[in-house]
Ligand binder design. Structure first.
Ligand SMILES: [Zn+2]
Length: 98
């Protein structure tokens, strides 16, 4: 899939990224339709950091999005394939490499 990637401070690229993640229990796969670029994204671009969070590796920008649910993980009961959703992921999965 294509993504907007902050390669490093002051350098953004639109490029292909791997998307081989498996939908796990309690998770959804969502096809984004619209993605916002918020102040934190701009801050990472202009300053290369926000406080103690430093851009040390390429980072996909845009974490506030709307889209359609493509796949529902085990145990998910409140969403179904085809649902239109908006998201602002505020709880990171620290085991995720993405
Ligand atoms: Zn934000």
């Amino acid at each position: 899939m294509k993504a907007v990637v902050l390669e490093k401070q002051h350098e953004i690229a639109v490029r292909e990224v791997e998307n081989d993640l498996v939908v796990g229990p309690g998770q959804l796969r969502i096809a984004p339709h619209t993605v916002g670029i918020c102040g934190s994204d701009v801050h990472y671009y202009t300053h290369g950091r926000i406080g103690r969070y430093v851009v040390e590796a390429p980072m996909i920008l845009g974490h506030e999005a709307s889209g359609t649910v493509l796949e529902v993980g085990e145990g998910v009961e409140d969403f179904a394939v085809g649902d239109r959703v908006a998201m602002e992921p505020g709880v990171p999965d620290l085991s995720s490499r993405a």
